[in-house]
Ligand binder design. Structure first.
Ligand SMILES: C[S@@+](CC[C@H](N)C(=O)[O-])C[C@H]1O[C@@H](n2cnc3c(N)ncnc32)[C@H](O)[C@@H]1O
Length: 262
């Protein structure tokens, strides 16, 4: 492989070229994030990691991580989500490794020991909380030195494209002009991010951003017949585009992988 190409390989490419143990089913929604997480887990094989999933909901990531042998605490504001998580963990036979805690992502002190966590997840949460700065500061504070953060946020450009392609040109215009990247009071999200803005949030909390990938670059834009009919090809295309601007930057979600300096 030419050197110029080799140097552009990301952790994602390296992992996808390496056969690994069977994991959760990979879909355009999850393949890129799992690839990055798997690389982190593979750095310390056979070690039971302490994982915290802030706003982990019903356990879409927590339960597979517990099945992989790790101890996962999910802190979530919703009792209903936590009840579903507990059921899901029991059905998967990992109830003993999944700890459900009702709480607020910006008030982890008192719930989680400072500097005690190897891997913290915060997926699809920063766009709905009151104060994303406080949440990121809290999750940085519970990470051990050298611990990693997996942060998934809603992408701003994708929301503009989606509104426009659905014919809502006025909403797309409002969203593009809004400093927070929202479409007004009926918007379900309180903010959306571009890659630089999301990275700046993590850096301000003392984290070093190692990688940024786009998640669902095309998946939400394609006709269902194409997305469903060529599911494996779509996963492959999403993986190919995930690390490459400009494709990365128009993804529905941006995945940032960051680390607390050792
Ligand atoms: C869109 S869901 C994402 C769930 C999961 N992380 C995922 O990616 O599938 C957002 C979750 O964040 C939780 N949440 C919202 N605000 C929160 C807060 N301030 N502290 C903790 N959890 C919160 C919600 O209850 C919900 O389960």
């Amino acid at each position: 492989m030419p050197l110029a190409i080799r140097s552009r390989l990301t952790r994602l490419d390296r992992v996808e070229q390496t056969p690994g143990p069977a994991g959760p089913p990979l879909t355009p929604r999850t393949a890129v994030v799992w690839s990055v997480l798997r690389a982190e887990l593979d750095r310390r094989p056979a070690v039971e990691l302490t994982v915290l999933d802030v706003g982990g909901g019903t356990g879409g990531f927590a339960v597979p991580l517990a099945r992989a042998g790790h101890r996962v605490t999910v802190v979530d504001a919703s009792p209903d989500a936590l009840a579903a998580l507990s059921r899901r963990a029991a059905e998967a036979g990992v109830a003993g490794r999944v700890h459900a805690v009702q709480g607020d992502g910006d008030a982890l002190v008192g719930l989680i020991e400072p500097a005690s966590v190897d891997l913290v997840l915060c997926h699809a949460v920063l766009e709905v909380v009151d104060d994303p700065v406080a949440v990121v500061s809290a999750l940085a504070g519970v990470l051990r030195p050298g611990g990693a953060a997996s942060v998934l946020v809603a992408g701003r450009a994708a929301a503009v494209l989606a509104r426009a392609m659905n014919g809502h040109l006025d909403v797309a215009t409002a969203l593009a002009a809004d400093p927070a990247g929202t479409a007004g009071i009926r918007d379900t999200l309180r903010r959306r991010f571009d890659a630089d803005g999301a990275a700046a949030l993590l850096v301000a909390a003392g984290l070093t951003v190692e990688e940024i990938h786009g998640v669902r670059v095309l998946a939400d834009l394609l006709p269902a017949a194409v997305a469903d009919g060529q599911a494996a090809a779509l996963v492959e295309l999403e993986r190919t585009l995930a690390a490459q601007p400009p494709w990365r930057d128009v993804a529905a979600q941006l995945h940032l992988f960051a680390r607390r300096p050792a």
